[in-house]
Design a protein around this ligand. Structure first.
Ligand code: ATP
Length: 658
């Protein structure tokens, strides 16, 4: 989607002062940011490229990566849906598509290796190389003779580990993964992916017994939070195995780490690791969870570091939002490998966790049946509720009624959100950590946006205002009370020293001073906030795997308030009840992948707040990313050899910006 920014202020930092010609036109129109323009200008100056249209093409390629695409299709920049949302874009002086890419290919940028052109696809060199490398490494793995397995032992293990008909899908998945070097295991939430993985590991451990060895197993995920959940889920799933298989898994000492940690994070580089083609990972089995969140760059680093004779099991849900960084790797693998190598992709379809109501809604969203989604929402029930704010007040932005104007939508939202915030506050004020953390898991408000009336910031402040009114106490930064009892927390960056991971959640509770023996410097710096202006001493409690961490709030650097969180951030986590606040239908963030991700965060009940047109837009609009990996994997040497642009699902902007 051609997403625009709207710069009314001439000093807006997104405007590139000094830009000229086409770059200036596209910058002023909000298509290109100053960063896109500067990169293009600099690279063209260095390479000696003076053709304005080629400069524009390069800036659009830079922009595409910023929006999560791996390349840009110069022949397919505008589609009717984009133009309906932003008709003014059509009036920009777009170059004639025919021959545009060829001019880039014939020019000095391509000669200098800054860009690569394939058909109408324009890549920045790095992403072109990474796509090719992922394809080559995966196809090389697929071309090797299959791993040797003892069939009789395997068949006996299948029946033992997955004992009845309800495990048919998982049994088939584990059998596939046991007999291949690379397997992509897909399924929505609660379809038993982790259970299948635990069973597979027991089966592989038994296979290794014949050689008197133990398989070296790595469990990994793109984020710390997802890795922690994977470890916990595998441990829980292992408990369902019989004693003999549990005993097989015990010596494997299964712990999970982030992909960055597994690959060997190196200070100063986000894309180069200690393990690579020349220093491969030692493991025999590598299980990656939440693969939909893995970017192309990280996948490239992973597949080159895996030993050819190690099993790689990529687990995830390809219908969810794709990675924050460029690529839609899981969706591409599922599409490309399924076409080329029919056995590599195994899908689990039966949900063992959701109630039927959420499952039906999620499936209707997944397949893009907007009429059914609207009918299911209208029907409602135990698990599904719809708050349609209805027609908005004159002058109000469409769909804003529930967010801003007084009305039934606002009253209902207030009731739900305030009740949850007060329950949290009550447990936190009593210093009851277990209850506070349990209450935290009961409900999430999920927003597409970060800012604006549909955004997390607005709703965090709004809930704080409601709590302040209800309790007649100052709450929130508006009152100079950043730290207050019952403040829900979302960790926004990994801190390996403190064992905190991006995506961890927690709550501020009343409690004894210096829970972690904080230094005198901490105490001085944090005292005013930590005491909440004469209130009790405060401690932050962060939920961990099987345990929690308590520390002084002053030690927490990267945290947000979590009365509301973005759908992007919610990936990989669930809550009993979820309220999804949809932005208006013209929001560039609305997409089927976003809506599906939000709905599937709910374990017991999902509440959708949004107009019918917003619901329909969410279901019908595909988030798109331009990538070539799917087609490369499917068989074509170059993505353009089989036709025009390759688009795959999963294309939110890299970060929600509204
Ligand atoms: N075949 C089955 N029959 C009944 N229950 C099952 C089956 N497989 C898994 N379960 C149960 O369903 C729940 C979800 O399973 P599991 O954690 O393996 O799913 P998942 O796909 O990994 O979930 P998610 O990725 O959403 O966390 C667990 O409680 C598990 O014990």
């Amino acid at each position: 989607m051609i997403e625009l920014f709207d710069a009314e202020d001439p000093h807006d930092p997104r405007l590139a002062r000094g830009a000229a010609g086409l770059l200036r036109d596209f910058n002023l129109a909000g298509v290109l940011t100053a960063a896109d323009v500067h990169v293009a200008e600099r690279a063209c100056a260095l390479a000696g490229e003076t053709d304005e249209e080629v400069r524009l093409a390069l800036a659009l390629a830079v922009r595409a990566v910023r929006h999560g695409s791996v390349c840009v299709d110069l022949a397919d920049l505008l589609d009717p849906a984009d133009l309906a949302a932003a008709p003014e874009v059509a009036d920009l002086p777009w170059p004639e598509a025919t021959g545009w890419a060829q001019r880039v290919a014939a020019g000095p940028l391509a000669a200098a290796g800054v860009v690569r052109v394939e058909g109408s696809l324009l890549y920045l060199d790095r992403y072109w190389r990474e796509e090719g490398q992922v394809r080559d490494d995966l196809l090389a793995r697929a071309g090797r003779a299959a791993p040797t397995v003892d069939e009789r032992t395997l068949r006996a293990a299948e029946v033992r580990v997955f004992p009845h008909d309800g495990f048919d899908e998982q049994r088939a998945a584990a059998r596939t993964a046991a007999g291949r070097w690379t397997t992509v295991l897909t399924g929505g939430p609660g379809t038993g992916k982790t259970t299948a993985v635990a069973g597979l590991l027991a089966m592989l451990a038994e296979q290794a017994e014949a050689t008197g060895s133990l398989p070296r197993v790595a469990l990994t995920a793109p984020t710390g939070k997802a890795a922690a959940r994977l470890q916990q889920a595998v441990a829980e799933a292992s408990l369902t195995l019989d004693e003999e298989d549990r005993a097989r898994l015990a010596p494997l000492a299964l712990t999970a780490s982030t992909l960055h940690r597994l690959l060997g994070w190196r200070p100063g580089s986000r894309t180069r690791f200690r393990h690579h083609r020349g220093n491969r990972l030692p493991h025999d089995v590598i299980v990656v969870d939440e693969t939909s969140m893995v970017s192309l760059t990280l996948m490239a680093r992973l597949v080159e570091a895996v030993r050819p004779e190690a099993r790689l099991v990529l687990v995830g849900d390809p219908d969810q939002l794709a990675s924050v960084e460029a690529g839609a790797v899981l969706a591409d693998l599922v599409g490309g490998l399924a076409e080329r190598d029919s056995g590599a992709v195994v899908a689990l379809r039966t949900s063992h966790r959701f109630g039927a109501g959420i499952g039906r809604l999620a499936e209707a969203v997944r397949v893009g049946d907007a009429d059914r989604v609207v009918a299911l929402l209208a029907e409602g029930g135990e698990e599904v509720e719809w708050i349609d704010p209805g027609p908005t007040a004159a002058g109000a932005p469409p769909g804003a009624a529930a967010a801003q104007a007084p009305g039934p939508g606002t009253a209902l939202l207030r009731e739900v959100l305030l009740r949850h915030a007060l329950d949290l506050r009550e447990a936190a004020a009593a210093g009851d950590v277990e209850t506070a953390l349990a209450v935290l898991e009961r409900h999430r408000l999920l927003c597409a946006h970060r800012q604006g009336p549909y955004g997390v910031q607005h709703w965090n402040r709004q809930v704080e205002r409601w709590v302040a009114e209800a309790t007649e106490t100052p709450v929130g930064p508006g009152w100079g009370q950043e730290w207050y009892v019952g403040r829900p927390l979302l960790v926004t960056a990994n801190d390996y020293g403190l064992h905190l991971f991006n995506g961890d959640t927690g709550v501020v509770v009343a409690g004894p001073e210096d829970p972690d023996g904080s230094t005198s410097q901490d105490q001085t710096a944090g005292r005013a906030d930590r005491r909440g202006r004469g209130g009790p001493a405060l401690r932050a409690v962060v939920a961990g795997v099987g345990d929690h961490l308590e520390l002084s709030p002053s030690r927490l650097g990267d945290v947000d308030t979590m009365h509301a969180m973005t759908i992007h951030k919610s990936q990989g986590s669930q809550a009993d009840e979820v309220t999804v606040l949809l932005p208006p239908e013209d929001s560039p963030l609305l997409s089927r992948e976003l809506f599906y991700t939000a709905v599937t965060r709910a374990r017991r009940r999902v509440r959708v707040v949004g107009t019918e047109s917003a619901v329909r837009a969410a279901v019908e609009r595909r988030a798109r990313r331009a990538t070539g990996l799917r087609q490369r994997l499917a068989g074509a040497d170059t993505p353009a050899a089989e036709g025009p642009a390759v688009r795959t699902a999963g294309n939110p902007p890299a970060t929600p910006t509204h």
